[in-house]
Design a protein around this ligand. Structure first.
Ligand code: NAD
Ligand code: ZN
Length: 380
């Protein structure tokens, strides 16, 4: 047994003290896991737009100081009471939304919105006792979406941890812990395009390109990428996107442009931007009679979705999803296997890598729209 079991661990974590200000690498204390919790040693983490968005405090409640990070891979260091299906040494991916396996949602075939552990961006403490496991000289530091992976060690509820094949390289499969599974699942599990159909993808970041990858795997014949940033189009060619539309190039709404390109609208659309305008366009650009639009982007707190109800009466479907409808513990190991079997390529999503000490560079890349995913190596 490791000598750290049951002890407070002192390690490095990147602390966000204030909204929008560079993270500061601090020595933090990480308490041992309590009942139904596990303590993880994080080896690799990557930056997702959702971290940036809450760091900028565009989301609901700005809780600071806070340790962000939710896309990561690591190893179980120790487990709390009641944890039976994980043990020290297991290779895992923490996930921002959980699966208790007991509630109505977890028992339903259709839902991944676990009653106990579904995403909660307002909570900065553990469910067990309403306290944080992180502190600096006695001052608590808040958690983020139950994962807080910008730390060498973190404490996570067991229901937010997927045990994966130990042969899977964590520096690659860590990106499956959020963005890539989210985009892939939004297409494969929710939009479900038929072979030969047309799919529009709004937002060609990592999530959108994973949605495009899903459309390619499903056999879509036209994949139309929509983005305001023309730099995205070169990258997107590697992901099977067949046509590009920049809304800025037109003086009419992009949904009209897409309707003209496709003889009335696309069969499916997946929105991966977080922009309310893109959400409405993604819905209104699907064909009447059968079109399905899926929202994935996280909106601003005061956004409201406005469309004429006739757009729905005309038999268009609007859906939304977290984590691509995957149940983290039950389904994520099989997504990792898709990578291991070479059905899914992850390397092309990884455009940058930085040592932990330079984590702020990952934020700069994301804010500039430069590249897709930046891997942060915790041991460097
Ligand atoms: P990203 O910033 O890398 O990519 C977003 C892309 O959208 C950018 O290329 C940007 O130029 C483009 N964009 C912005 N506004 C647009 C508009 N009006 N029209 C067209 N394109 C526009 O972000 P990402 O990491 O790929 O994440 C995408 C979104 O998905 C974010 O909102 C993120 O918070 C959300 N997300 C949701 C879930 C979920 O489970 N629902 C999970 C992960 C991420
Ligand atoms: Zn549940």
């Amino acid at each position: 047994m490791s000598s750290t079991v049951g002890q407070v661990i002192r390690c490095k974590a990147a602390v966000a003290w204030e909204p929008g200000k560079p993270l500061v690498i601090e020595e933090v204390e990480v308490a041992p896991p309590q009942t139904m919790e596990v303590r993880l040693k994080i080896l690799f983490t990557s930056l997702c737009h959702t971290d940036v968005y809450f760091w900028e405090a565009k989301g609901q409640t700005p809780l600071f100081p806070r340790i962000f990070g939710h896309e990561a891979g690591g190893i179980v260091e120790s487990v709390g009471e009641g944890v039976t299906d994980l043990k020290p040494g297991d290779h895992v991916l923490p996930v921002f939304t959980g699966e208790c396996k007991e509630c109505r949602h977890c028992k339903s075939q259709e839902s991944n919105m676990c009653d106990l552990l579904r995403i909660n961006t307002d909570r900065g403490v553990m469910l067990n006792d309403g306290k944080s496991r992180f502190s600096i000289n006695g001052q608590p530091i808040y958690h983020f979406v139950g994962t807080s992976t910008f730390s060498e060690y973190t404490v996570v509820h067991v229901g937010c941890v997927a045990k994966i094949n130990p042969a899977a390289p964590l520096d690659k499969v860590c990106v499956l812990s959020c963005g890539i599974s989210t985009g892939l699942g939004a297409t494969l599990n929710v939009a479900k395009p038929k072979k030969g159909s047309s799919v529009a993808i709004f937002g060609l970041g990592a999530v959108g390109l994973a949605a495009a990858e899903g459309a390619r795997i499903a056999g879509a014949s036209r994949i139309i990428g929509v983005d305001l940033n023309p730099k995205r189009f070169d990258e997107a060619k590697k992901f099977g996107v067949t046509e590009f539309v920049n809304p800025k190039d037109y003086d009419k709404p992009v949904q009209e442009v897409i309707a003209e390109m496709t003889g009335g609208g696309v069969d499916r659309s997946v929105e991966c931007t977080g922009s309310i305008n893109a959400m409405v366009s993604a819905f209104e650009c699907v064909h009447d009679g059968w079109g399905v639009a899926v929202l994935v982007g996280v909106p601003n707190k005061d956004d409201a979705f406005k469309t004429h109800p006739m757009n729905l009466l005309n038999e268009r479907t609007l859906r939304g999803t977290f984590f691509g409808n995957y149940k983290p513990r039950s389904d994520l190991p099989s997504v990792v296997e898709k990578y291991m079997n070479k059905e899914l390529e992850l390397e092309k999503f990884i455009t940058h890598e930085v040592p932990f000490s330079e984590i702020n560079k990952a934020f700069e890349y994301m804010l500039r729209g430069d590249g897709l995913r930046c891997i942060i190596r915790m041991d460097a």
